[in-house]
Design a protein. Structure first.
Length: 71
């Protein structure tokens, strides 16, 4: 699998969880677990309820993904 085989989606943070993870809800109602990768976590700042984020997921597991940015 190459790096280009990812699925990009946008959603809204609906729940904050321990260790920098959040629950993200997509416009179609699907909820996924999102996390900020290690090096980006230092300068990213906290995510709060209602933040719009961009999520990148692998086609093999759509239940979790990497947060790539805020919108």
């Amino acid at each position: 699998m190459s790096k280009d085989d990812t699925i990009s989606a946008e959603g809204v943070v609906v729940e904050t969880l321990p260790n920098g993870t959040v629950r993200v809800e997509m416009p179609n109602g699907y909820r996924a677990l999102g996390y900020v990768p290690g090096k980006r976590r230092a300068g990213f700042g906290p995510l709060v309820l209602g933040d719009k984020v961009a999520l990148e997921m692998t086609p093999y597991d759509l239940s979790q993904g990497r947060i790539t940015g805020r919108r």
